[in-house]
Design a protein around this ligand. Structure first.
Ligand SMILES: [Zn+2]
Length: 95
């Protein structure tokens, strides 16, 4: 698809925090390079409708990891009460 200056294009707007209508204001190799949000009129690089990766707060990340680990441990405890180890008195019966 060849884009032209002034074309309407969908892209993710960091200010509106969502995919909005944009105007192509700069081209590079027939690809939109810069776009302007039609809602907040902010210019930014064309993002191919991709939201930027969220900024990671180290404390929140650590907390999330802790929660995930706790949830995983809880799930493991619920689904695998023996954790793969058979009690000593339960031996596989083979001939
Ligand atoms: Zn915007």
């Amino acid at each position: 698809m060849r884009a032209r200056l002034g074309d309407d294009i969908d892209d993710y707007c960091v200010k509106c925090k969502r995919v909005m209508n944009h105007l192509v204001v700069s081209l590079l190799n027939d690809e939109p390079a810069k776009v302007r949000c039609r809602t907040c009129h902010g210019d930014h690089d064309f993002r191919h409708e991709q939201a930027p990766p969220p900024k990671v707060d180290p404390r929140k990340a650590a907390l999330a990891l802790e929660k995930a680990a706790a949830a995983a441990a809880r799930a493991a405890a619920e689904t695998l009460p023996t954790d793969g180890e058979l009690p000593a008195d339960v031996m596989p019966e083979e001939a």
